[in-house]
Design a protein around this ligand. Structure first.
Ligand SMILES: [Zn+2]
Length: 227
């Protein structure tokens, strides 16, 4: 059976990507990275349930606390406010306060090491066009260039894994529709940056989630504090 490392945050995008891998017949090795984000406890809870639902062969948690120590992000630094919906401007090329410096490059390096060690031929990620507007490390350009360097990063005897980003050209409504099509467990996902028991409904990520479900014309199965 083909093996795939699935990088999973517990949110919608990575859960849909992991489900696509499962439906394509891959044996799943799910990797969740803790980098000091505020919502880590709730993300872990979500990933545990998602891994069980998708019959993952393994679930690994990796601690990257040094990213928090480097500072500079609203997701990891309690001194920086998390932006709310009113402050979200989707088309801006400014650096958002939620940017974690080089997070996805670090994350893919770890996923690649995991993939090489278990001889997985693919690494599935939830990178997508909506995130790529604000975060360059979600773009198809980033994925294709990373795939170019990967063969030079593994052992001579290894078959280099490839990063597969099945949602890379999609925005949230399309991702949600795709998730329903492949029967992704969207009801188990957690998107909020704040990390409360329920989704806050106000932060940038919640706003994207709410808008995505609304535009997809689908009921959001999660509960919000706000409503
Ligand atoms: Zn929120």
């Amino acid at each position: 059976m083909k093996r795939a490392v699935c990088v999973c945050s517990g949110g919608i995008d990575s859960t849909v990507a992991a489900t696509i891998a499962a439906r394509a017949g891959y044996e799943l090795y799910i990797l969740h990275v803790s980098y000091g984000q505020r919502a880590e406890a709730r993300e872990r809870e979500a990933v545990n349930k998602i891994a069980a639902r998708l019959n993952a062969s393994e679930l690994r948690f990796v601690e990257l606390g040094f990213l928090k120590d480097l500072g500079g992000s609203a997701l990891t630094d309690q001194g920086v406010a998390v932006p709310t919906g009113e402050e979200v401007h989707l088309d801006e090329r400014e650096t958002p306060s939620t940017w974690v410096p080089c997070r996805n490059l670090v994350l893919l390096a770890i996923a690649s090491a995991y993939a090489e060690s278990i001889r997985a031929d693919s690494i599935f990620v939830g990178f997508n066009a909506e995130e790529a507007k604000s975060y360059p490390d979600n773009s198809s350009e980033f994925v294709s260039r990373y795939n170019m360097v990967l063969p030079e990063a593994v052992a001579y005897s290894a078959i280099p894994p490839r990063v597969i980003a099945p949602l890379v050209d999609m925005h949230k409504p399309e991702i949600i529709k795709k998730g329903i099509e492949v029967k992704a467990p969207l009801e188990l996902t957690y998107s909020c940056y704040i990390g409360g028991e329920k989704h806050c409904g106000r932060c940038e990520s919640c706003v994207h989630r709410i808008r995505g479900f609304r535009m997809a014309g689908v009921a959001d199965p999660t509960e919000y504090e706000l409503f």
